[in-house]
Structures are given as structure tokens and as C-alpha cells.
Design a protein around this ligand. Sequence first.
Ligand SMILES: [Zn+2]
Length: 361
Amino acid sequence: MVLYVGVDVGGTKVLAGEVTRAGVVLRTARRTTPGRRVSVESVEDALTAAVLDVAGGRRIAGVGLAAAGFVDAAGERVMFAPHLPWAGEPVRERLSRRWGAPVALDNDANCAAVAESAYGAARGASSALVVTLGTGIGGSYVLGGEVVRGAQGMAGEFGHMRLVPDGRACECGMAGCWEQYCSGNALVRLARKQMAVEPTVLTEMCDGRPDRLTGPMVTAAAESGDLVARQAYAAVGDWLGIGLGALTSALDPEVVVVGGGVSAAGDRLLDPARVALARSLVGAAHRQPPRLVAARLGPEAGIVGAALLARAARWSGSARAALAGRSAVPATRVAAERGDYRAGVRGPRRRRPGRGARGSW
Ligand SMILES: [Zn+2]
């Protein structure tokens, strides 16, 4: 079988996986992300070790990289990554030379969106807004199967839309950004604040140490009926709907997919978001709000999408051109290849982690 590997280069870990044409992850390998204050080579060594682990001596047909950072519009360089030493590095070319295989590179949120569009919750939709709630907000807008990247590749930074003038200070240097109110961090902050004034199981869960409270704890507490945790989810869900209302006014997507650790709570998060979204839509009496659904691919969405980009690049030399139908090879050939992915009968294998088991955000 032709071997394609997807690699998710995150802030804390590197996850590599063999991904089939139908989007099924067959085997994975992981390494710890070396950090930001290290050499570029040591990050490349970690990626190489994970990729070689997955390959197990077999020839690699292509590797897709999903990087947590800004990737230029051409898919050649990582311009900036908060947890990695990459700053304008020509990552695609360097690793392609080192591995002797074609490499495709994109931002992790874009890769996850590509995967949800091809195999997951947005499959078959003509336009999809994919939002990932982790420590912050990741996002991507997919139109006609193509990620909308913007002129410099920096579209989709929805988390830094300013929703509250003079609001909470954000790590980005601005204030009132959406992710300050709607994210794993916001959820934990809300629960922590309320712990001080209301009895809650969260106090016991974090051994009376609010600084040890995590997102998965709040998710588990909400599931067990804890009011403080449920109120925190309701507030974050409300902000989710408000932000999605603004995005829907701008983009009018067919479907909105919400993923990330916070989305493990399912309708507990999405129901208040649906109400707030419908309320904040312009022309609400004369339109349907977009379908608002939970992501289906889980934490492996990044590697599935990255591998799909690598597979598409095989035909065109450019994953992006292939997905956009602008490739140098006949369009029918690319379409056939794409059709194959989409026609995959089996969905991606999903290891359903238990609630609250998606790690810390
Ligand atoms: Zn911000």
C-alpha cells in the first residue's frame, strides 16, 4: 500500500500517523515537541523520528505537516509559531530534502477543516466554518472544498475578532478578543471564579487548589450535574453563538463545525450557542441559521487533513492547487483522486476518548 503520513506539530507534542485514502488512521507515533528555545534541527529531528517510526522502513510517498502557527500562503514557510523556533523557516523544502519525499505544509486548523470537510461533520457541505475550541480558538473557512486562506495565508484567526471594546486583555496584545470569552481558558477561568463563592464538586476535584483546575475537570463536573460547571459551559456557549453569529453574517456558511477539547460537552455547549446564534443573526425572521454540529474526527483531524494534502500534492506538485482545481495535471484526474477520498465508505477510525479525556487545553 502507498504510504502517506500526516504529522501534527503541536505546542506540546508531535503526532505522526499513517493515513489511508479513506481517511483511516492505521498507526501513530508521538514525540514531545522540543520547545521554542531550541535549534530548528532538534525540532526536525523529533519530526523525523516520529515519521520514521510510522514508516517502519517502508518507502514514503508523501508527508503532510499540520503546524500550530502561521504558514505562508504558498505553503512553504512557517512564519511564526508560538511554541516552536520556526520563524520564516522554509520548512516544506528542508524536510522534503531530508526525507527524500514530497512534503505538504499547512496550518493545523486548516488541516483539521480539510479533514472534517472530506470525511467528517462537514462532508458534502458546499461551505463550512470549522472552529476549534482549545486554549484559544482555531478556525478555518472552507468554500467549495478549498480553504480560504487570504492574501497572506492568515485568514481564519477568528479568535482575535474584537467582540468587546476595551474587554479582557489578550495574549495577542489586543483586548476584547473572542477567545478571551469563548475557549478552554475562558471556561476554566469562569469556573474558578465561581468556585470561590458557590459550593461545587470542582473544589474537591482540584484538591482545593483553583490553579490546578483543568478544562476536562469542568467537563466531567458538568456531566455529573454540577451547577457551577454547567453555568460556565452555558456562558461559554452563549459567547460561542455570539461570535458565530458575527461570522455567519459575514460568510453565511451551510454548516458550522465545532471541535476541540471544549466541544467534548456536546449539546451542553452547542444548545446555548444555537440560541445565541439564532438571536444574533441579521434577518433572523427570513432565514435559517446554519447547522451547528460537533466535529467528528477528534484529536486526529490534523494528521488526517495533513495526509490528505500530501496525497493531493502527489498529482499536482501543490496540494493547494490540487484542492483548488488549479493543478497542472488534467482536472479530471485530480477530481477522480478527490472523488476517491470523498467516496471512502469507511469513515476515519475514531477512538472515542471518554469525556474529559482529551488532555489539558
Ligand atoms: Zn487576541
